[in-house]
Ligand binder design. Structure first.
Ligand SMILES: [Zn+2]
Length: 466
């Protein structure tokens, strides 16, 4: 079976065939580092993580790039309000972002280019020059450089806009604008007082890049002129991704992206998330309330990415109990499989349905449905003592592959150094058949609230519940 995705560009489900299999070039618009990212932002990043992990599970080698927007209207505005230099100000939000990715178990991208790195600024300037040489970019009286929309008739295709009806007029210098005010967009913004000490010298004078050219330049610098997959949230479609297409394709004359995948909105308790509505949550707000990263990951991942996700605390509670069921199932299987290294060929360990659901435009509800069916059915068989240790081993092997994609498994408890050294000493004692020493070490471990069991695979350590 092939992998299929809904391509925003064609509005159709298409079979996925990368340019140079098994390599997949994937670009994902990253955070604007002017604040802590909120759960809505993370929904897109978790979806992209699921996409990458599934492609990897299917044998592809994914080169993913995620940019960091560390200069734009918002970063400049907020750094000035905070009275900090731009790089000092954005550094703390970059660090926080990387920490948040770890909390949510999102695999790091291969590259995290930041817009202000000199090599990328050079690249942006070079692209704008190229566009200017072709008469597509022009410097206006306000000294900023704009993209001449009339030179790119396909503008609006991704967002399915009809430019004739919209009658583009004038120019727009801000990074984000509404469909109604369509017009020539800024590639390079001439310095003005609001920019403070932020600016770079260019052939058009001191200024800074527009947000859209940042992504085009960094994507092509790291992945070449053509990408297999470009992702983002639906609010990136217009104008950001539309502008990326116009800039990139006007420079290269080639199709920029083969598959555009966009993640739908996140609502909170049925409402649009807004600071004024009191329902605005950063990841940190949620962990401060005692929710774990994997519970939040579960909630963000569990609704198909093209459907709006309604984030609720009932949903968080549901995630907690779903994960507890999963944990309990794994403990049970592990206990049963302890005496067996050889996996049977039990049909329940077959994971084709899980994979095929994800092949179908990342149908996560289908995939999770299959997983919970497997959990229910194998628990029933264990209740009836109809599952052999080899069957349990087969299910654990299947789980390992599924967990590579979902990253839901509870982390192994951390073993304190003191406990580890007692465990090592006991292992040595057992090897020289010094049973009294072994027993004494077991008692010492028990006094530290750690139980040790001897199995065929060696010592198994479990923390005693408090
Ligand atoms: Zn972008």
């Amino acid at each position: 079976m092939s992998i299929r995705f809904f391509n925003t560009y064609s509005r159709e489900i298409e079979e996925f065939t990368p340019i140079d299999p098994p390599h997949v070039k994937m670009y994902t618009c990253g955070p604007t580092v002017y604040n802590y990212a909120h759960v809505g932002n993370f929904r897109a990043y978790v979806f992209e993580d699921l996409l990458q992990r599934h492609l990897e599970a299917r044998g592809f080698q994914v080169h993913r790039v995620m940019n960091l927007t560390d200069v734009d209207d918002k970063t400049i505005r907020n750094s000035r309000a905070a009275g900090e230099p731009l790089d000092t100000f954005t550094r703390k939000f970059k660090d926080a972002f990387f920490e948040d990715l770890r909390t949510l178990r999102i695999q790091p991208a291969a590259d995290f280019p930041a817009a202000t790195e000199p090599r990328y600024i050079e690249r942006m300037i070079a692209m704008i020059r190229e566009l200017e040489n072709h008469g597509i970019a022009y410097q206006a009286e306000d000294r900023s450089v704009y993209f001449r929309l009339s030179r790119f008739p396909e503008y609006g295709h991704l967002a399915h806009l009809n430019l004739d009806e919209l009658r583009p007029t004038g120019r727009i210098s801000n990074d984000e604008y509404e469909k109604e005010s369509i017009g020539d967009f800024a590639l390079w913004k001439a310095w003005d007082e609001a920019d403070g000490d932020v600016g770079w010298d260019s052939p058009w004078g001191r200024g800074r890049p527009g947000w859209h050219i940042e992504c085009s330049a960094m994507a092509m610098a790291l992945l070449g002129p053509q990408l297999d997959i470009h992702c983002g949230g639906v609010d990136n479609i217009f104008p950001h991704h539309e502008a990326e297409i116009a800039q990139s394709e006007s420079c290269t004359g080639r199709k920029f992206v083969r598959y555009w995948l966009h993640c739908a909105h996140l609502m909170v308790q049925g409402q649009k998330m807004a600071k004024s509505a009191g329902n605005f949550y950063t990841l940190r707000d949620l962990t401060a309330q005692g929710w774990t990263g994997r519970e939040i990951r579960y909630v963000l991942i569990s609704v198909n990415y093209r459907l709006p996700l309604n984030f609720t605390f009932d949903g968080m509670t549901g995630a907690r109990s779903a994960l507890a069921r999963m944990d309990e199932w794994i403990v049970r299987l592990t206990g049963l499989a302890a005496s067996e290294n050889l996996a049977s060929a039990h049909p329940l360990a077959e994971q084709t349905r899980f994979q095929e659901a994800l092949d179908d435009d990342l149908n996560i509800s289908g995939a999770l449905g299959h997983l919970f069916d497997t959990i229910r059915e194998s628990n029933r068989l264990m209740d009836q003592q109809q599952l052999t240790p080899g069957d349990a081993r087969a299910l654990l092997n299947a789980w390992e592959k599924i967990n590579y994609v979902l990253a839901f498994e509870a982390c192994a408890p951390e073993i304190p150094a003191q406990v580890q050294s007692l465990l090592d000493a006991r292992d040595a004692a057992r090897k020289r058949k010094d049973w009294p020493a072994s027993d004494q070490l077991r008692d010492q471990l028990a006094a530290l609230r750690w139980d040790v069991k001897d199995t065929k695979e060696g010592q198994r350590l479990t923390p005693r519940p408090l």
